[in-house]
Write a protein that binds this ligand. Structure first.
Ligand code: ADP
Ligand code: MG
Length: 404
């Protein structure tokens, strides 16, 4: 932007759905010498608020991105799976469903082969994948891949793909990711990719996977949701995730509740006092304060969205970041820089989103100021000699579905 003297920020545009579907069908033809039975796709997601509470019975509020992962696929009569990805050149995978299980296959193919394994499919398939969700950016390219495969297999097997059917499929995708890929995930990503609808976010109750669809008319409010992919990856994130889960589980045990959702915000002070005497009690107090206040922020954000009062969610998003940064300690230098800079450049609110320790931040900005805020963040990263971030505009988009 000329106003900041910085070069225009790099925006990752989502290609038109029809064109992307055609491209993956062409790639399938080039790979297997015939046209695929069909093309399906599923979106990445960004969480508006409700972070690190999906493993303690909490609420979260994700929306689907316009950026999707496409799969061209044909069923086979035997139990063989063959799959190629445009994002994993030279790493095609072929194997038998009988050999798929915990930890097998290794690598990216786990996110594909794990799905028919979890769904109990008897038959294999040939597939080509092409994804437009950045990999490893905290925007759930893994769920997008699983869910594109799941919706394809469900469609071909004539399984129900209404919301209840999608909830089942999400469960299978979580199994694929936890057991076959061996990655920790609480269930928000798969629910968002399968169950979101265009123009809205979902309020997901992670206790029973109940979903409420909420309107999110950003454009109508003159706003945009700017996603900053910091492109930072901190390798200790897996261990820290496990440590946070352990903290939360220990706190719940000490407090005698099944999960931290069970704590009424009105009883928070009393709960914090009871934790004071524990070893590491000060840390547990902060973990609990994050979970309880974050769940409350989600409930309040949902009420505002229901009433169409989108702008008023801003302070809740800001407070979420401060809680994740200081009480839950899952932010990092790059996320804090993105958030602080976006706010200083005029964003109404900004927060880290996803698991933290790298990945992405999200900012609520005036529509007309998107380029300016992005340029300011890009310039701040350049000044700090950090890798150039990437930007996405998050219009609430459709969940997984058939394209062709
Ligand atoms: P995120 O879900 O935030 O993008 P993850 O680490 O959970 O990050 O998942 C990224 C992994 O998912 C990649 O390393 C790769 O193994 C797999 N993956 C995602 N999208 C694709 C794709 N289009 N092709 C091949 N593998 C993919
Ligand atoms: Mg993931």
């Amino acid at each position: 932007m000329s106003t900041t003297g910085s070069p225009a920020a790099a925006f990752l545009q989502a290609p038109a759905r029809a064109a992307a579907a055609e491209a993956v069908a062409d790639a399938y033809l080039a790979t297997y010498g015939e046209t695929p039975e069909g093309v399906w796709s599923a979106p990445g997601r960004v969480n508006l608020v409700g972070e690190h509470v999906d493993y303690t019975g909490g609420l979260c509020l994700p929306l689907a991105l316009p950026h999707r992962t496409f799969v061209a696929l044909s069923p086979r009569h035997d139990d063989v799976v063959r799959v190629r990805s445009a994002q994993e050149a030279g790493a095609d995978w072929e194997g038998s469903l009988a050999d798929v299980g915990p930890g097998s296959p290794a690598g990216w193919a786990a996110y594909v082969a794990g799905v028919p394994w979890a769904m109990g499919s008897a038959h294999g398939f040939d597939a080509v994948v092409d994804g437009h969700v950045p990999l490893g950016a905290g925007l759930s390219s893994s769920a997008a891949l699983e869910c594109a495969v799941a919706i394809a297999l469900a469609d071909l097997a004539e399984l129900p793909t209404d919301d209840a059917g999608r909830a089942e499929l999400a469960g299978a995708c979580v199994q694929a990711e936890n057991v076959v890929a061996g990655a920790n995930t609480g269930g928000m990503d798969q629910a968002a990719s399968l169950r979101c609808r265009e123009g809205g976010a979902i309020l997901l109750d992670t206790r029973d996977d109940a979903v409420v669809h909420l309107p999110l008319d950003l454009a109508g409010a003159g706003l945009a949701l700017l996603v900053v992919d910091t492109r930072a990856v901190h390798s200790h994130s897996g261990g820290e995730y496990g440590a946070r889960r352990a903290d939360v589980e220990r706190a719940a045990r000490v407090l005698g509740v099944p999960d931290l959702r069970a704590l009424d915000p009105a009883d928070l002070d009393e709960a914090l006092q009871r934790l004071a005497g524990e070893s590491g009690g000060e840390v547990l107090q902060r973990r609990v304060r994050h979970a309880v206040t974050e769940i409350e922020r989600v409930a309040r954000t949902a009420d505002l969205l229901r009433a169409g009062r989108v702008r008023e969610v801003a302070p809740l998003l800001d407070a979420s970041h401060e809680s994740l940064r200081h009480d839950y300690e899952v932010s990092c230098r790059e996320l804090d820089l993105a958030v602080d800079t976006a706010r200083a450049a005029g964003a109404l609110a900004a927060r880290m989103t996803g698991g933290g320790f790298g990945g992405s931040a999200v900012a609520l900005v005036e529509r007309a100021a998107v380029g300016e805020v992005a340029a300011a963040v890009g310039a701040a990263f350049a000044r700090e000699r950090l890798r150039a971030p990437r930007f996405l505009a998050a219009q609430p988009s459709a969940g997984a579905g058939r394209d062709a």
